[in-house]
Write a protein that binds this ligand. Structure first.
Ligand code: ZN
Length: 128
């Protein structure tokens, strides 16, 4: 694929995490997917669980699960949106939890992380 496709990814999102997602995942596409979900879990945890600077144990566990599942995503660079994926990698009960998080944080993502939000909606930054 295009090696420069992720040029627009804000660096601060990578640095904010203790581990750099691009080193955990062998696909940049998956790394971005992970960042998007992490950002949504952060918003959810802040607003619903009242956490300010750190994720609560429940959300940490969920993010850990997401990380493990994404590492095994068979689609990598050609990954469809989760909703359209023929082999969704999240099983219950995490699937229900992720759905709840996405439903809550999806619309709010635009406020906090516009670039990730646009990507999540299936548009490329270059379209704008
Ligand atoms: Zn939480």
């Amino acid at each position: 694929m295009k090696p420069d496709a992720d040029k627009g990814l804000p660096r601060k999102h990578l640095q904010r995490n203790s581990t750099n997602p691009s080193t955990i995942f062998n696909s940049k596409n998956i790394a971005k997917e992970y960042l998007t979900i992490a950002a949504m879990i952060d918003i959810y945890c802040r607003k619903i669980h009242g956490r300010k600077n750190s994720r609560c144990p429940k959300c940490l566990e969920l993010l850990d699960y997401v990380e493990k599942r994404l590492q095994f995503c068979r689609y990598a660079e050609n990954k469809p949106r989760c909703r359209e994926c023929p082999t969704p990698c999240f099983a219950q009960p995490q699937k229900a939890l992720i759905k709840k998080v996405m439903k809550f944080s999806g619309p709010r993502l635009m406020l906090y992380h516009p670039f990730l939000a646009l990507r999540h909606l299936g548009k490329k930054a270059s379209d704008f």
